[in-house]
Design a protein around this ligand. Sequence first.
Ligand code: GLN
Length: 204
Amino acid sequence: MTLKAGVVAVQGDVSEHAEAVRRAAEAHDRDIEVLEVRDSGTVPDCDFLSMPGGESTTISGLLHSEGIAEEIVAHVEAGKPVLATCAGLIVAATDAGDDRVENLGLADVTVERNAFGRQKDSFEAPLDVAGLDDPFPAVFIRAPLISEVGEDVEVLAEWDGRPVAIRDGPVVGTSFHPELTPDSRLHGLAFFENDAAERPVPDQ
Ligand code: GLN
């Protein structure tokens, strides 16, 4: 069975996510087809979905104007996995404290945009992530701070005492960019190992 892996492609680092999900699928011995989501009508076909980084004001506006936003909400309501990274997490959050972002409320978190500084303050750090055996090389670029988490939200990783990776049921969100390293374990965790989500394929 070939799984359909959607990558939200209205703006942002789309090809990197497509590659990361291909590597994760290979590591989990699954066949996938990547679908780039630019219009409404694609998300309902997807077994799981990546929401890349980029510019959250632009991404959220386009998702609403193209009629994709409500399809993503329905995808999560059906328990299907989502990995939302950086700007993707800002869009997926309940509140970003910024009227220019039209939040989807997929994960019960409040975020603060650009809280780790500007582009020049970007950094990479080895991060302990719940569910991964070895530290993950996390790349932070104008990353959001997760300032509040709801009571059903699991914090998967912290940096400097602040949450930077969370899971809320089928949704895994990261402040950093797992798609910018060759390491695809976070995509694997979000799509193939998340017990809180509808498994895209039954365990074999
Ligand atoms: N700062 C960007 C925003 O608020 C996110 C940056 C990123 O995705 N690398 O949309």
